[in-house]
Design a protein around this ligand. Sequence first.
Ligand SMILES: [Zn+2]
Length: 152
Amino acid sequence: MLTRSELPENPVTLVLQDADGHQNIITTERVRGGKVRMTCTCEQGKLLGWCDHRMQLLCLRYDGVVESDDDTEFHFEDIVIGTQLADSADEVEVALTDFRAALEALHFERALALNEVGLRSLADRARDLADATTHLDVALARFRKHLAAGFA
Ligand SMILES: [Zn+2]
């Protein structure tokens, strides 16, 4: 991980476009103590203390980025790679994938007959969803904590 003084560009600004065309401005800056200060102009960020835009970028997914070049993405990666914030975003991505799969599996099981086999299978899927939900809750709390740490 590069130190703050070694970073060629800090902060870095990226623009992410939603599917409906709405553009969000994400500014990322390494601050003292290896922490990262990352802001996004979206409503979700204000309401929830985290957002999908910051998670996508921290997971190095640039599909929605507009008017960018490789240099900007390299500079962004110099700032975030190896930080606790990037690690916690990766954990949220895994937890979200598990959560969506468990939710879909439960939805599918609802079509089963209300007999012994069907009910036990439904109970298993419900337990899987409960576990995935708890994991997501913990992962998001950690992500929010590391996002907030950049402003401490
Ligand atoms: Zn956002």
